[in-house]
Write a protein that binds this ligand. Structure first.
Ligand SMILES: C[S@@+](CC[C@H](N)C(=O)[O-])C[C@H]1O[C@@H](n2cnc3c(N)ncnc32)[C@H](O)[C@@H]1O
Length: 310
């Protein structure tokens, strides 16, 4: 996640990906262009294809990356469609792929985008222009599914109570604004001892569901890693444990290690030796970075290289 001009773990990302230059660099979440600019500066032999599902982010990236001229191509697309995008552009297999998951500071800080419980806006939460808004999701979702989303994506301990309150309230009037939902959730969860706002977990859960964030990551990771040229590198920055688990297991499995849950009688995950993991444990921001950019605090960076014979 980038806060203004502060792309998360940028020096580590450059250390991990620059050795793959020269060649095609894909920034699958180009956002405001912070990581992309650092990587393009790191090696004159990198050319960039930058993806984002958010047209507003792409406009900002275009401004920021203008100085790199025809080394840059930007495409409005979801990263799960990366192989199709590269094929359409007639591109070679990438030397490096980066994904910096989640929302940008532009999205989180713009009240009209509807991500923030702290600023009132329409209950939208879509990163891109397409698809169902959070308000539409809340108007139609079954109670059991809402409980699952709040529990699994938000780790909300009071998922059942929050879901019950949402379903009871929507029978009287639909949810239209972030303040409306945030007030209702605060009323159920209470402020208690928590350091975070009581609606934090509900908002995170709905955002993940509205944008199918985990499905996108699952569909992206393996084709992106296997589509690298020999010696190419992939780096992914995750911001919560569900994302990080998908990245950790996905890279380990493609490095030939079984990631089945313990206790299965036989391996069902089909490990393959296609990658070498470059980060045995995830890289985290240090205290100075977190002080300068509090949104970096939960970042975990993992990377791998495509084996030459893979
Ligand atoms: C944390 S920001 C990236 C910031 C960027 N690294 C920078 O330095 O400015 C994440 C970006 O990824 C985009 N995004 C999230 N999920 C996406 C997906 N599935 N496909 C394409 N873009 C996505 C968001 O719209 C957002 O702009």
């Amino acid at each position: 996640m980038a806060s203004g001009h502060l792309p998360v773990l940028a020096p580590r990302v450059v250390e991990l990906l620059a050795p793959a230059a020269p060649g095609l660099l894909v920034d699958a979440t180009v956002g405001l262009g912070g990581h992309a600019a650092a990587l393009l500066r790191s090696h004159p032999g990198f050319r960039l294809v930058g993806l984002d599902r958010d047209p507003q982010a792409l406009a900002r990236a275009e401004d920021r990356l203008r100085g790199f001229g025809d080394r840059v191509r930007l495409v409005e697309a979801c990263f799960a469609s990366l192989p199709a995008v590269l094929e359409r552009l007639g591109e070679e297999p990438p030397a490096a792929v980066l994904a910096d998951l989640g929302c940008s500071s532009l999205q989180l800080d713009t009240a009209e985008r509807g991500f923030s419980f702290a600023a009132d806006g329409p209950l939208d939460m879509r990163m891109g222009a397409a698809g169902e808004t959070a308000a539409e999701l809340l108007a139609r979702i079954e109670w059991e599914e809402l409980v699952r989303i709040l529990r699994d994506y938000g780790e909300e301990r009071r998922a059942r109570a929050v879901a019950r309150a949402i379903v009871a309230r929507r029978e009287r009037a639909p949810f239209l604004t972030t303040a409306d939902l945030s007030r209702l959730v605060a009323g159920v969860v209470g402020h208690g001892e928590r350091r975070i706002h009581p609606a934090t977990r509900t908002f995170q859960a709905l955002r993940i569901a509205v944008n199918d964030e985990l499905g996108e990551l699952e569909r992206f990771l393996e084709p992106a890693a296997l589509g690298l040229r020999p010696g190419g590198r992939i780096a992914v920055i995750a911001f919560h444990s569900l994302e990080d688990r998908i990245v950790k297991h996905g890279l380990r499995r493609l490095a030939g290690r079984c990631v089945c849950p313990p206790g299965l009688p036989e391996c069902r995950c089909n490990p393959r030796r296609e990658l070498a993991v470059l980060t045995p444990s995830p890289l985290r921001p240090d205290d100075d970075e977190v002080a300068a950019n509090p949104r970096a605090r939960s970042a975990r960076l993992r990377a791998a290289a495509r084996l030459a014979g893979g």
